[in-house]
Design a protein. Sequence first.
Length: 209
Amino acid sequence: MVFAVSDRPELDDEPVQPWQYDRSRAPVAVKVLVAGGFGVGKTTFVSSVSEITPLRTEAVMTQASVPTDDLSGTPDKHTTTVAMDFGRVTLDDDLVLYVYGTPGQERFWFMWDDLVRGAIGGLVMADTRRLRDCFPALDYFESSGLPYAVAVNHFEGSQSYEPEDVREALSVPPHIPVVIMDARERRTVIESLLALVGHALDSTPEQRT
C-alpha cells in the first residue's frame, strides 16, 4: 500500500483525493481526521494509537462553559479539546498516518475547514447513547465529499449494538464502513483506521457521498 502525496500533506494547497494516489511510488505519510461529538473519545482514540507522545490542546472546563457545553451525557468530563489532537501511527512498512482529532464543541467547528486540508478521509466517532451528537460530523464529511467511516466507541456499561443497527439508525449508506471499537484499546483503534484507509483508497468521484 503506497501513496504519492507530499511528505507534509497537511500543508498542501489542495487536498489530494484518494483515487489520485500513485501506489508505485515510495511510501509517505498521509493524513486522516477523527471527528465526532463532545466527549465521544477522540482524545483517547488519538492517545491510544499514537506511537509518539500525542499533541493535546486540552483546557480545564470552567463555569463559563456551562451555558454552551452539555455535560449530561459526560458528567465526569473536566477537560476539553480547544484546537486539535495529533498523533502518528505506522500501519505498515509503506503507510504512516498523521491522525488529527477535531474539537467537538460547536464554537470550535470553524477549525474543521483548516484541519481537513490534505486529508484522505475522516473517521466519525459515535456514542450509541448520544447518536445525535455525531450528525454534524456526518453532515460535514458528506457535504465536503471526503471519504469517511463510522467508528462506534463502545463505552463500559452501555448497550452493545451490531454495526448494521447503527448504520440504520444513522442512515449511513451501505458502502460506508461501520465498525465497533473501544478507544482505549489500540488494536480496535487500528482496525478502525484500516477500515477508513481501505475505504478511502477504494473511493472514486462517483462513489463519494
